[in-house]
Ligand binder design. Structure first.
Ligand code: SF4
Length: 289
């Protein structure tokens, strides 16, 4: 008897759920709706919304757009985006996640209050990631982004240092980098860290590890660009070497399911539940053939 379980804690976080709901509501009104960047790091969900009429544009296209309605996704945007919108008479449907918005405001406040000749803001995050660009934008582009300990020399030793994290980084990685920065910065300087990893990601790590351990085979459903997906999949792989990352049912190597009694399906905060259900159905169909 084959048991296939979908992890009840996997799937959209509230930030992504809200952004998608806003997009669906606007699309129902029948007006043209643009989205600045992929609404979610999941190609298949983006395709579904594009079929409903959502038009995804990049920042270059956004800058040339006038008199239109544009949705800003959960990752948030830097202040420059809002200025363009004002100049080009664009109506903004702002789906920035409240957690990201709060982080942007904290960074902005710290940057405005600090003596910027002697202080620096450091963001532990993925350079070029949309959320990180939005955070760096709060400091007029002056924040230093580091992705790993080996980049620590980008930080000035002789400045007061305030460290924040991209919301979807791993808590473990953040703690490690913070402890190294605290060693690195001159001792006569302030060095403060603010744990801004989102609970929706941090709290899922243990759960997903236990879920992965409880099955013989794991299919982790996730888009390739998802930052938290990488962290959650690494955890699955650590706990169960028979873990495979797929984008959707078409990537399933169904031969792996032969002779297996227990399969787990899980995903990232950008993975729709319906997609995990489709993967489950594909496995059932294959094994009932
Ligand atoms: S992971 Fe957290 S911060 Fe990011 S969109 Fe989801 S709820 Fe918001």
């Amino acid at each position: 008897m084959l048991n296939i379980e979908i992890d009840e804690h996997s799937g959209f976080c509230f930030g992504v759920t809200t952004a998608i709901k806003k997009a669906e509501e606007e699309l129902q009104k029948g007006e043209t709706l643009y989205c600045l960047g992929d609404i979610v790091h999941n190609r298949i969900e983006c395709d579904r919304l594009e079929k409903l009429g959502l038009i995804t544009i990049n920042h270059e296209e956004f800058a040339k757009l006038h008199n239109a309605k544009v949705l800003l996704r959960a990752h948030g945007e830097p202040p420059a985006t809002y200025l363009i919108a004002q100049k080009n008479n664009l109506e903004i449907i702002d789906a920035t996640c409240p957690v990201v918005l709060k982080l942007q405001q904290r960074i902005k406040k710290k940057w405005q209050e600090a003596d910027n000749d002697n202080s620096q803001i450091v963001i532990y995050g993925q350079a070029g990631h949309a959320e990180v660009l939005g955070l760096v934008g709060q400091t007029h582009g002056t924040a230093t982004v580091i992705e790993k300990s080996s980049q620590i020399d980008k930080i000035a030793k002789d400045k007061n240092t305030y460290i924040y994290s991209q919301t979807t980084k791993s808590l473990e990685g953040y703690k490690q980098v913070v402890s190294e920065i605290k060693e690195y910065v001159n001792k006569d300087r302030e060095c403060e860290s603010f744990n801004t990893v989102c609970g929706q990601v941090a709290n899922r790590l243990d759960g997903i590890g236990n879920f992965a351990k409880s099955h013989e085979l794991i299919f982790f459903v996730c888009g390739k660009k998802s930052s938290n997906g990488r962290i959650l999949f690494d955890e699955c792989k650590k706990m169960n070497p028979h873990s495979y990352q797929i984008e959707g049912p078409e990537d399933l190597d169904l031969t792996l399911t032969q002779g297996v009694h227990s399969i787990g399906i899980c995903g990232a905060t950008s993975t729709p539940k319906w997609l995990m259900e489709n993967c489950k159905q594909a496995i059932i169909n294959y094994n009932n053939r």
